[in-house]
Write a protein that binds this ligand. Sequence first.
Ligand code: SF4
Length: 162
Amino acid sequence: MRITGNMINYYFVCPRKLWLFSQGLQYEEENENVQLGKLLDTGSYKDKRKQVMFDGTINIDFLESWKVLHEVKKSRAVEPAAIWQLRYYLYYLREKGIPVEKGYLDYPKLRERVEVTLNDEESEELGNIISDIEKTISQEISPSVEKKKICTKCAYYEYCFV
Ligand code: SF4
């Protein structure tokens, strides 16, 4: 089963979102937050970005000297999810034999940056997270709707609530 960086992120945001995304129901193009994310793609990072896709599984915003990863985000609203997504990239690349050292979450609009590393304990935790994700996305029925603060900004809001 192919576990993508988005799935790791959605695992921390909402199990229903994770499940819907895994079924191929992807409205992301229409979501204004996603569009804002795309603006970042063509704005602040235009000159130095080198987006790298590995195995069609992880999509890294840019990679400095094959050692340091960068993931660009517009806000710190769901930072734990973003941190684990970046940890997963470190984990995945190390598993492939690429000795990446660390990553940064970059918030160009806030002019902030958060360093993200991956230790042995966190690698083990990622193993558990991956098994949980596999269980969730294998379910035949979606997890139920649970209203959260993030729902109004979620790409699946209309699907869940309208
Ligand atoms: S709208 Fe809310 S409940 Fe529905 S998928 Fe998004 S975060 Fe989950």
